[in-house]
Design a protein around this ligand. Sequence first.
Ligand SMILES: Cc1ncc(COP(=O)(O)O)c(C=O)c1O
Length: 399
Amino acid sequence: MTSSYLSELQPSPRVLLGPGPSSVHPRVLQAMTLPVVGHLDPEFFQVMDQVGDMLREIYHTSNFMTLPLSCTGTGAMEAACANILERGDTMVVCRNGFFGDRLADIAERCGADTYVVDSPWGKPADPAALAQELDKHPNVKAVGVVHAETSTGVLTPLQEMIDLAHRHGALVVVDAVTSLGSHEMRMDDWDIDVCYSASQKCLGAPPGLAPISFGPRAMDVINTRKTKVQSFYFNIKDLESYWSQTRAYHHTSPISMTYALREALRMLMEEGLENRIQRHARVASSLRAGLKALGIGVLADEANQLNPLTGALVPEGVDDAAVRRALLDDYNIEIGGGLGELRGKIWRIGLMGDSARETNVFALLSALEIILSNQGYEVAQGSSLAAAQQALAEFGRPA
Ligand SMILES: Cc1ncc(COP(=O)(O)O)c(C=O)c1O
């Protein structure tokens, strides 16, 4: 890529196999080139309604307040906390990785007395530890859980935690940034009060929108607040006026991004949600088989492995950053490094959305075989590809 601002921008055609963003399908990119209409144009209202309908299907919810916020996932974290919390409320956050930590930080910044329930990075959040913490506090307003910890590649089963939180009269806030569109998410059946995600992971759009949904209990809390929501931009009551038939201006919608999300969701609908979930499971199983053949372990226990993101353990003596650099420079493949305490210890390999393709698994494994053997790591050439192939055969073809 050239560095002069007078020359045409020509980003390299990266294969995005990191923690997000994932590669964006040309149909979605194409949608962004369509004519921009106004955010109060009746034609755009139709687009909003369609996006809302598709998001409700993917979340398995009938919540009216299901909409893409004009921000990335972190903005949705802020929106969730800012709307349900008032100064002096209590929030308990389960922290088993980087994003649980961020959620607790945001809750605290919203003025909540915030308590953290720690589980080791690489393990799921622990319902027994949550139960103990909840017993210590008489009035917990909300419990926060990260469904899919992108910093470790761990999926936390939610039901027990949700039931526990509700037994204590607390709302449940779930971070589904990396699980929406790749693992089951049944917001109404599971009784989740606030759930948020992001456009750039398993939904397959570029970064810039954050789908969020507020259930009836959360809306009651918001409707009966004693104090104003500290954030103007993320005030859900104002956004409700824009997303309902009132259509009152709040801020200018990112029109082209909304087109992109609509197209990405339309592609998801065409594929079928269940098929998309299965595709993520299938390619993840082939990646893990390939890594295993190379002697590379996975951080998460088998029972809690997150399909769209695998935390691969960097083998002893291998230079983490040099491998990632060679993948990017020589093969145009991006994977992620570890965050926080896992820095230098894991590679975060994402197979999300349109990136979750078996061709990408084979491209990555063959590049890894070459790079690792160049670093003196012993590799039986072709072994990871054969193992990945075998795993795909065992998984079976999608229906
Ligand atoms: C689980 C999780 N939560 C929140 C975020 C924050 O989202 P964003 O980077 O889109 O602001 C991320 C981003 O990777 C994430 O993986």
